[in-house]
Design a protein around this ligand. Structure first.
Ligand SMILES: Cc1ncc(COP(=O)(O)OP(=O)(O)O)c(N)n1
Ligand SMILES: Cc1nc(C(=O)O)sc1CCOP(=O)(O)O
Ligand SMILES: [Mg+2]
Length: 223
């Protein structure tokens, strides 16, 4: 049986639709605003949503993403990704191992894995991952991360050495996303800078413009 190839991960801002910020907005409302700003990849991160509500939200958000031509990845939850027909998952050390995620999801969906450095990126490749989320790049208050802040220089080395596309995460926002893009990173994951903005859609547009500016600078540098 022919399985359609998994979609490529788009370059640029990688937006998290998270239930821990802006509780006055539903996850679907957050997703709609992120997508209205042109988000091309969205990760649905639900740490506080009960299972039945999470399944309904996953189905609704995946449907919105598909309508908008964007990818939807589920944070942690391989079961919800399958039930909601999402484009894939993102898993870290406290989740199912990436090999198991790949076994369940098959070859047609994306598996993203958290890495703290180059060794983690090499291990993720061996485990069948499609990309790595590398962080924390800068300080963040969105999550207590049990790993040191990398900073741009160390992050740039990981980008250069990683065999997989790298998405930077942690403290990324409009003030620094161009510099993240200038490292050659494939993407930059943003949670609070987008979701806490008064106009979420406009913030996503600005983040994408700034990422493109930084990436163009990087490609001029490398010829
Ligand atoms: C793109 C991206 N990178 C890293 C993470 C962190 O995932 P994880 O380590 O599993 O932590 P939680 O998000 O589950 O708290 C991510 N979500 N996305
Ligand atoms: C979910 C997550 N994972 C991280 C990691 O380093 O593994 S940092 C993080 C939160 C990022 O939020 P913000 O964009 O608001 O700083
Ligand atoms: Mg996780």
């Amino acid at each position: 049986m022919n399985v359609p190839p998994r979609p490529p991960l788009p370059h640029g801002p990688y937006l998290l639709c998270d239930d821990s910020l802006r509780p006055e907005l539903s996850l679907v409302e957050k997703a709609e605003r992120l997508l209205a700003g042109g988000a091309r990849v969205l990760q649905l991160r639900m740490k506080h949503t009960p299972p039945r509500e999470a399944l309904a939200a996953a189905r609704a958000v995946v449907a919105r993403c598909r309508q908008a031509g964007a990818l939807c990845l589920l944070n942690d939850r391989v079961d919800l990704a399958l039930l909601a027909d999402a484009h894939g998952v993102h898993v870290g050390d406290e989740d199912l191992p990436p090999e198991a995620a790949r076994e369940l999801l098959g070859p047609g969906r994306l598996v993203g894995v958290t890495a703290r450095g180059t060794q983690g990126a090499l291990a993720a490749l061996a485990a069948g991952a499609d990309y790595v989320g590398v962080g924390p790049l800068f300080g963040t208050t969105t999550k207590q991360v049990q790993a040191p802040v990398l900073g741009l220089e160390a992050f740039k080395r990981v980008v250069a050495q990683s065999p997989l596309p790298v998405v930077g995460i942690g403290g990324v926002g409009l003030a620094n996303i161009a510099r993240v893009a200038a490292t050659g990173a494939h993407g930059a994951a943003v949670v609070s800078d987008a979701l806490l903005a008064q106009d979420i859609a406009e913030r996503v547009r600005l983040l994408a413009e700034a990422f493109d500016r930084g990436a163009r600078g990087a490609s001029l540098e490398t010829g």
